[in-house]
Design a protein around this ligand. Structure first.
Ligand SMILES: [Zn+2]
Length: 140
């Protein structure tokens, strides 16, 4: 899960250099450069690259939207890089203790295996939405 970064520190009408963004938001310069590679717009073709406050705020906002919590029947698919629902409406849960279990499901889009930790309460909730198979691991 990416670190939460507060865009509220950014001044809308100010241009920033990479090192200034890095200091302002307490992230590494490498992180800022990665943002640029993944869609954060820069001003001008030459160094030092400038990033406008406006663009930075927009970028950080969209990014935190992506980091929203998954719905109970969704898992993060590392192939699709998105939250996905389980294929065939089927999930398997490995339960090893009273409090939580590990949910396994296939991605509806690419059928890659996805998994996440899930609480007992969420298992009940999930049971109402999809077909749940529970494997109890009893190592007593
Ligand atoms: Zn997928």
């Amino acid at each position: 899960m990416p670190k939460r970064v507060s865009w509220r520190l950014v001044k809308r009408h100010r241009p920033y250099r990479v090192d200034e963004v890095s200091r302002l938001l307490s992230v590494s310069k490498g992180t800022v450069r990665r943002w640029v590679k993944t869609g954060l717009p820069i001003v001008g073709p030459e160094k030092p690259f400038l990033i406008t406050g406006d663009d930075l705020i927009e970028f950080l906002k969209n990014r935190s939207k992506k980091g929203q919590k998954l719905k109970v029947d969704e898992c993060w698919c590392f192939s699709c890089q998105s939250p996905r629902k389980p294929a065939y409406g089927e999930v398997t849960i490995e339960v090893s203790n009273q409090k939580s279990g590990m949910m396994h499901a296939l991605c509806k889009n690419c059928t890659n295996l996805m998994f996440k930790r899930i609480s007992q309460a969420q298992i009940l909730e999930l049971n109402a939405i999809v077909r749940v198979t529970i494997n109890r691991q009893t190592n007593l």
